[in-house]
Design a protein around this ligand. Structure first.
Ligand code: SF4
Ligand code: SF4
Length: 117
């Protein structure tokens, strides 16, 4: 029996490597956003925003994850993800660190457009 079949038989697989190479990632979007809206640097990834987010109730959208990815320089595919935000501002009301979340979302959107053009 091949190794692949053995893995299926035992019901497990080897997960894809999720190691993050911080040196290889570009931080240009994060720097651009932080310059326009410095409060992004105060995020502690608590997830309170995601817990109250209207978009997150119906999709896998998460502002917490988006901010993390931007700060890591992992911005591939973020444009579609961020388009789910309705800019309702609920996250801004509950954020314990007082982030200007709506402006952060707008600035990420703007920075992604700049990179594209
Ligand atoms: S609630 Fe505020 S501090 Fe917590 S993850 Fe969301 S943006 Fe960051
Ligand atoms: S502004 Fe966007 S991220 Fe914040 S609660 Fe509303 S839909 Fe969610």
């Amino acid at each position: 029996m091949t190794i692949a079949k053995e893995k299926i038989r035992f019901g497990f697989t080897v997960s894809k490597d999720r190691q993050i190479d911080f040196d290889a990632n570009s931080k240009s979007i994060a720097l651009q956003v932080a310059e326009a809206e410095p409060s992004i640097n105060l995020c502690i990834s608590c997830g309170t925003c995601a817990a109250t987010c209207t978009a997150a109730q119906f999709t896998d959208f998460s502002l917490r994850r988006i901010i993390l990815l931007v700060r890591r320089g992992e911005t591939t595919g973020l444009e579609n993800d961020i388009a789910r935000c309705m800019l309702c501002g609920k996250c801004q009301l509950v954020c314990p660190r007082g982030l200007s979340t709506r402006n952060i979302i707008l600035q990420i959107h703007k920075a992604l457009k700049t990179i594209e053009s």
